[in-house]
Design a protein around this ligand. Structure first.
Ligand code: FAD
Ligand code: SF4
Length: 830
């Protein structure tokens, strides 16, 4: 007769152990699983995408009832085990089912911690742990407007993102001044906060919740300082505690978690424990990668193979918020004995830090660019000596190990050793993926997921798996699907959507959703701004700008800064100004107590630290002096930088300032796929740094050289010479035509530099230089579009016309207990 194995907990660790066991010895046990939840075994990690509307419950089921049936496993869902009788070797559930065991596996996970403040048990206060919680949040988003998430850690932020994507007005409340303080240091956390704020999430930092208010249902949250904010739902995401109740009651030794040894056995050798409920060598884990490693070892011992040992895990963290690249591992804060290697580019939103001790990496935190994170993690796990590549380490694997392969992301993957772990969640190495691809003849990401589980959990290693596919499969590009969907709302790529807009003459976002069978009826933060842009670029006369589809900076026509205030940059044509403008700026600075006045890199004056509520009044005063919006916040034409040219310079051969002013007057207000910068130099000495701009002009003896596709950011790209012309009028024509080609052709959020590399300089030359008719026609379309784009300065419309006035008004708060009006701080504005 087979031995009896009972597993308490139908979650990720317990069932993974059974999967591993079935691989080793499928016939050894009669297996029974009991789980409190009514659902089958599902991927808890993916509750966040379900809440965000990116997946549904069916998508996240790991093993359906058929799997249990096929493997002869008896499953009791909706059964909570209430007792373990170690003498009789049996367990009992709350539904009076008693089952005998020869070996027992406890995998009861964690319980979310609920702060016991007044009102914590009101309906509408939920944790973020299981499907029921997600259902409660989705229901709240259908009926209410305000969500408060208590806890700015990984789960809290994923909950906030999901609720925001369901259309709620979300405030995250955090006790400390740094988000995700257990995974991020201050600079990375600041970048993260800014990025989430730009998406519309509000934050109350260093705020202590005093009470959750409501009678039959939560209605508001009150803080220690008396501030009150409305809430239709309150999500508590302040931490988890290993669920040891059952084990403790059975006399199994527990501390914070159930104590296990290196073979995952508890103090009772017949009883094993895995997952978040355990404590191993003093450590309890709250992530999937370690518990999958534990599951492997546990299965090995349940199968009586007795060779595996679990010695603890080096864990890493990522945040599952689409579009946010964040990675953290090990000791990322360091101590007096460690050193830090840091790369920081706030403008690009990139921050990387490695904590090093005696030339060994101890920890890493990176934001914005995480392409090399798997490599750093590998170096950490292997405790590799990095002394010989220390100076190149932060530039990534391809660069540090030699540029022979071109220094690209694909080359970084090529250089990885076979035992580099690619998928942390499922513990899959590069070698396994390559072997499976080759042996099974796989050609798509989906197939690799199915066969190896790599990237099947949180999905953050998908790009690495794709690159392994690309280097392993001959002619991968011919066999695998080439296109990348625009976002999760559609299967169509950016190019296909643009073509459809043009060919089907679609003139509103609603029409696109309808005609192109959008999966998500409201779209998402990725597709909506892109669609709004494409519509405006293709049909400027017919399309109405969709205010709701713009990012916060464009919605309020100012730049949000790290403390929630805004910066305002008035336009100064060609970088020129005069006493009247300077006086107006000085008066505004004094009148509105603006703390910082700074020159920008594009020769304009930046007024930093303006309160959102002051913006319309600041603009009104600036407008009076003739100053208009500099569009310094938008995916739009920014500035035309100039040198002093032949007007003042001894070397100048051409009038750079005059041409700069003309170019700026012609192009201002134009929305472009990404920000667009220009410059004009009066001679080849090039003092205006033309050769790192999107469109640059250099004066030469016989006229002007036109340069395109430059970028001065993190990935510096020097411009390509497009052509030489003789008159300023020709420069203007080439400029308009080039911009229009870029506007109609590039993908949203693609700068000119990557666009030119993608389409090729020859294509651009063909369109603009070789084909005069085409150039003139592009130029005509550009001017036609400017007719609408320059119709009105957005600041005037908002300062004097009261447009979007609600954006700039503070929210008034009415409590139920007393009619009291509280003005909320700046970022509480709806
Ligand atoms: C929203 C969310 C997002 C996450 N994102 C990530 C991520 O991106 N990356 C990552 O690595 N990790 C992530 N995690 C953590 C990860 O999901 C957990 O580490 C993992 O699920 C723990 O597995 P487990 O089996 O130990 O516990 P669980 O998966 O929670 O399973 C325990 C099960 O046991 C049941 N149970 C408890 N007591 C009893 C009892 N007495 N009788 C019967 N059944 C019982 C519970 O109902 C539960 O179903 C996330 C977690 C959540 C909630
Ligand atoms: S680029 Fe030439 S014209 Fe312009 S300031 Fe420099 S030297 Fe003078």
């Amino acid at each position: 007769m087979k031995e009896k194995l009972v597993c308490i907990g139908n979650g990720m660790a317990g069932v993974r152990t059974l999967e591993e066991l079935l691989k080793l010895d499928p016939e050894k046990y009669d297996i029974t699983v009991l789980g409190t939840e009514l659902y089958g075994n599902y991927n808890r990690i993916l509750l966040s995408p379900v809440l965000a509307g990116e997946k549904n419950i069916d998508d996240i089921i790991l093993n359906s009832q058929e799997w249990y049936d096929q493997n002869g496993i008896t499953l009791y869902t909706g059964h909570t085990v209430t007792q373990i009788n170690r003498i009789k070797r049996e367990i009992t559930s709350d539904q009076d089912v008693t089952i005998k065991y020869d070996r027992l596996l406890i995998a009861t996970g964690s319980n979310p911690f609920i702060i016991p403040i007044p009102g914590h048990n009101l309906p509408g206060v939920v944790s973020f742990r299981d499907i029921t919680d997600v259902e409660a949040m989705l229901a709240a988003s259908r009926h209410g407007q305000y969500a408060v998430v208590i806890g700015g850690g990984l789960l809290g932020l994923e909950a906030a993102n999901g609720l925001m994507k369901q259309g709620m007005d979300v405030t995250v409340v955090h006790l400390l001044d740094t988000l995700m303080e257990r995974q991020l240091d201050k600079p990375a956390a600041t970048l993260l906060k800014t990025s989430l704020e730009q998406r519309g999430i509000k934050f109350l930092m260093e705020a202590q919740t005093a009470e959750i208010i409501g009678t039959e249902q939560v209605t508001a949250v009150r803080f220690k300082d008396g501030l009150e904010i409305p809430a239709n739902i309150v999500v508590m995401a302040v931490g988890i505690r290993p669920n040891t109740t059952l084990a403790k009651a059975a006399g199994i030794y527990c501390e914070r978690g159930i104590i296990v040894n290196d073979t995952m056995q508890t103090y009772d050798p017949r009883i094993y424990a895995v997952g978040e409920c355990v404590q191993h060598r003093g450590q309890a884990y709250g992530l999937v990668a370690p518990l999958y490693e534990q599951a492997k070892v546990c299965a090995n011992h349940l199968a009586d193979m007795g060779i595996a040992r679990y010695s603890g895990s080096v864990v890493s963290t990522r945040l599952k918020v689409t579009g946010i690249e964040l990675f953290s591992a090990g000791d990322f804060l360091g101590n007096g004995k460690t050193e830090e290697i840091i790369f920081q580019d706030p403008a690009q939103g990139i921050y990387k830090k490695l904590v090093v001790h005696n030339n060994y990496i101890k920890g890493a935190v990176m934001y914005g660019d995480t392409v090399d994170s798997a490599w750093y993690l590998q170096l950490m796990r292997e405790q590799a000596d990095i002394g010989h590549i220390r100076d190149k380490l932060l530039f990534g694997q391809a660069y540090a190990l030699g540029s022979a392969l071109g220094g690209t992301a694909a080359s970084a993957v090529t250089l990885m050793s076979d035992d580099t772990q690619i998928c942390g969640c499922n513990g899959v190495c590069k070698g396994t993926i390559v072997k499976t691809i080759t042996n099974e003849g796989l050609t798509t990401l989906e197939q690799v997921r199915l066969h190896t589980k790599a990237s099947a959990s949180c999905g953050s290693c998908s790009h690495l798996v794709e690159q392994i596919l690309a280097i392993t499969v001959k002619d991968y590009h011919n066999t695998a699907p080439k296109k990348k969907a625009m976002c999760h709302c559609t299967e169509l790529s950016h190019d296909e959507v643009q073509t459809a807009i043009k060919q089907q003459h679609l003139t509103s976002i609603a029409q696109i959703f309808d005609q192109l069978a959008w999966k998500n009826p409201d779209g998402c933060q990725v597709c909506r701004p892109a669609l709004n842009y494409y519509l405006l670029a293709h049909f400027p006369a017919e399309v109405k700008d969709d205010y709701q589809s713009r990012f916060i900076n464009e919605r309020v026509h100012a730049n949000i800064q790290k403390d929630g205030t805004y910066s305002v940059v008035p336009r100064m044509w060609g970088g020129l100004t005069n006493p009247q403008e300077l006086r107006a700026i000085a008066n505004v600075v004094e009148k509105f107590n603006i703390p910082t006045v700074k020159m920008t890199g594009g020769q304009r004056i930046d007024l930093l630290g303006v309160k959102k509520t002051d913006l319309p009044a600041v603009w009104a005063d600036l407008n009076q002096a003739g100053l208009v919006s500099g569009y310094a916040y938008g995916k739009a034409v920014r500035t035309v930088k100039t040198c002093v040219g032949s007007e003042w310079c001894r070397f100048g051969t051409q009038p750079a300032m005059e041409l700069g002013v003309k170019l700026e007057k012609m192009t201002w207000g134009s929305w472009t796929p990404h920000k667009f910068k220009m410059a004009v130099s009066g001679c080849p000495r090039n003092c205006a740094e033309v050769t790192i701009k999107d469109f640059g002009v250099i004066g030469v003896e016989a006229g002007w050289e036109i340069h395109v596709g430059g970028n001065g950011g993190i990935k510096v790209r020097v411009t390509d010479l497009l052509c030489k012309v003789t008159t300023p009028e020709e420069v203007l024509e080439y400029c308009g035509a080039f911009m229009q080609l870029y506007r109609e052709n590039a993908r949203y959020l693609e700068r000119t530099a990557p666009w030119i590399e993608r389409v090729g300089l020859d294509y651009v030359k063909q369109q603009l230089v070789a084909d005069n008719d085409n150039r003139q026609s592009l130029f005509r379309r550009f001017l036609e579009s400017q007719h609408f784009a320059q119709a009105e300065d957005p600041w005037i419309a908002r300062a004097l016309g009261g447009l979007d006035a609600h954006e700039f008004k503070p929210l008034k708060q009415v409590t139920t207990s007393e009619i009291k009006v509280v003005a909320l701080p700046e970022e509480e504005v709806a």
